[in-house]
Design a protein around this ligand. Structure first.
Ligand code: GDP
Ligand code: MG
Length: 443
């Protein structure tokens, strides 16, 4: 299995401690296989691997993880990034009704989704109206009426027995009807074909023009795998859409379609449908999908644990050192702490993509990335002796360090002062028995 192959790769890589091109290539090969096994379309795999390699080549070497783990971590972060995009909610119209139009191939799950959305909207306090614009299949209107009834929401459909109606007119009329009957959200269910078809696209585009939807949701079956790319492109060009709903995630597909659609269209996957029942419906979770696509849930947990253990060990080491006295805290420690905070910053970027985590992101983002780089440059221009005991840094040493790191002498002076403050704070905390904090954050 993939895990076995990776374990073997790890054995070869362990202890090297540096992300060489060979390390990256070896792991990238495994990732490529994992993505193809998950049915991600080949061009998407290629583009993705290229992106990961570029980032891995520029990555600093982690002390907590071996190179392969580090590459996998990058892969996971990139995956979540692509799958998450900018998190956004449904857009509601300023003047109701809000019009949500569903588009997608036949069998992708539109009508089922209409019922799920109807129920979900009702639970959120809305009064939705489901509109039957699939007049192609004899039973389609009836199917929508059944799901609407199950969801306990209203439905708008042409009178039965009136022959084949005009879906564009039905859509158009439904909006006025919704306004009269105080429905604040209209969900327009449309017809699909088994394949991409010009007439289908034209009809969907006509409905779109008739009702000017606030949201067009493209519904795509997670089981279609590689075909997701061509289907998504056809709907993007033929109708256009604002968001994606992935259906049939309860199947055994690894979810490659999700990555393909997200990468190719850049549109947010907003909801996930995972069963035939009305309740089998949820907001889309990029992190869960990333782990499903990679098929490395255990590995990701291991990576997380390794990093946590490492930073805990570091914190304990620091606490033990400081018990011996303040002079044990050096500029190297100061720098290490800053890097630690910087790492939290990149985690915060990830968190920021998840709903509800935005605030935490803002707090951590206060740390200016460039400031860390500048501080690192200054400290790296010092001799080991200077870093261990900065009291020896006099005027001429300051000038040398400033020249070496390309900053003003005042910046060096500033940094050393900040360091002494930090040291004072650290030793006070150590005396108090508390864990050392993160005084390396520039103010
Ligand atoms: P439409 O042609 O796009 O309207 O698709 P339907 O809503 O009629 O769904 C087609 C078939 O897929 C039906 O048999 C649904 O019960 C089934 N279906 C829809 N969504 C899901 C889902 O999330 N999981 C599973 N397992 N089946 C689904
Ligand atoms: Mg349908």
């Amino acid at each position: 299995t993939l895990s076995d192959r990776l374990a073997a790769t790890f054995k070869n890589l362990r202890g090297k401690g540096r992300l060489s091109e060979a390390d990256i290539d070896a792991t990238a090969r495994e990732i490529r296989i994992a993505l193809l096994e998950a049915d991600v379309a080949l061009p998407v795999v290629r583009a993705f691997i290229k992106q990961v390699k570029e980032r891995a080549a520029g990555a600093e070497v982690s002390q907590a993880l071996n190179p392969a783990q580090q590459v996998i971590k990058i892969v996971n972060e990139e995956l979540i990034g692509i799958l998450g995009g900018e998190t956004r909610r449904l857009r509601y119209a300023k003047n109701p009704p809000t019009v949500i139009m569903l588009a997608g191939l036949q069998g992708s799950g539109k009508t089922t989704l209409a019922g799920k959305l109807g129920r979900w909207l009702k639970q959120q306090g809305h009064a939705p109206l489901l509109v039957a614009c699939d007049l192609q299949r004899p039973n389609a209107v009836n199917q929508l009426s059944v799901v609407a009834e199950r969801a306990g929401v209203a439905v708008y459909a042409p009178e039965p027995g009136n022959g084949v109606g005009d879906p564009v007119k039905v859509a158009e009329d439904s909006v006025g009807y919704a306004r009269d009957k105080h429905h604040d959200v209209v969900v327009v269910d449309t017809a699909g074909r088994l394949g991409i078809d010009e007439e289908l696209m034209r009809q969907a585009a006509d409905i779109r023009d008739a009702v000017s939807p606030d949201e067009i949701l493209f519904v795509v079956d997670a089981m279609i795998g590689q075909d997701a790319v061509t289907t998504a492109e056809a709907f993007r060009d033929g109708v256009g859409f604002d968001g994606v709903v992935l259906s049939k995630l309860d199947g055994d597909a690894r979810g490659g379609a999700a990555l393909s659609v997200a990468q190719v269209t850049g549109k947010q996957i907003m909801f996930a449908s995972n069963g035939e029942k009305l309740d089998d419906f949820d907001a889309f979770h990029p992190d869960r999908m990333a782990s499903r696509i990679l098929g490395m849930g255990d590995m990701l947990t291991l990576i997380e644990k390794a990093e946590q253990t490492f930073s805990q060990q570091e914190a304990e080491k620091m606490a033990a050192k400081l018990q011996k006295g303040p002079k044990e805290f050096t500029l190297d420690d100061f720098l290490a702490q800053m890097e630690q905070v910087r790492k939290m910053g990149s985690i915060s970027k990830l968190l920021g993509m998840m709903p509800g985590m935005g605030q935490m992101k803002d707090q951590i983002n206060d740390l200016d990335e460039r400031e860390v780089d500048r501080t690192a440059a200054i400290i790296k221009s010092m001799t080991p002796a200077e870093r261990a005991e900065p009291t020896m840094i006099n005027g001429s040493r300051r000038a040398r360090i400033a020249r070496g790191s390309g900053v003003d002498v005042s910046a060096v002076k500033n940094l050393v002062e900040r360091f002494f403050e930090a040291r004072k704070m650290m030793s006070r905390m150590a005396q108090g028995g508390g864990m050392p904090g993160m005084p390396g954050i520039p103010g």
